[in-house]
Design a protein around this ligand. Sequence first.
Ligand SMILES: [Cu+2]
Length: 159
Amino acid sequence: MSFKSTVLAALAASAFALPAFAQDIMINDAYARSSAAMATSGAAFMTIMNHGGSDDRLIGVASPAAKQVELHTHTQDAHGVMRMIHVTEGFSVASGETLMLERGGNHVMFMGLTAPFEQGDMIPLTLTFEQAGDIEIEVPVDLERKPAHGMGHQHGKSE
Ligand SMILES: [Cu+2]
């Protein structure tokens, strides 16, 4: 635990030293949810725009709201069942591009919630980018939000 705290402190310090880079990344429309009141996991979704001149990559996520926070995506297995997989290499967001974290697609996964997500809660989340460094945001819990396309599949209590 103390090792992790030290690493997080170091990351925060380096991001603080490079404020200009952080402005290249814009994060919009972030929200978090869990599937049920007693759910032990949750997910966060958002739009990430890279206004900078160089390509970047979202490589890590951290939050005190869960024991483990990972970048996930959905993939369809041989039986047509959607499964979530941990994307260790992260998600690229090229210069001028927008990265969508959305229901049924790429998302931030919270596993082992320290407290249930309740409507209106603000979840602290640190996004780590290869170029821009750490960006800290607060993600509002929105349990009433519907999937963007109205065709979101169900995947049980995993989201
Ligand atoms: Cu997931």
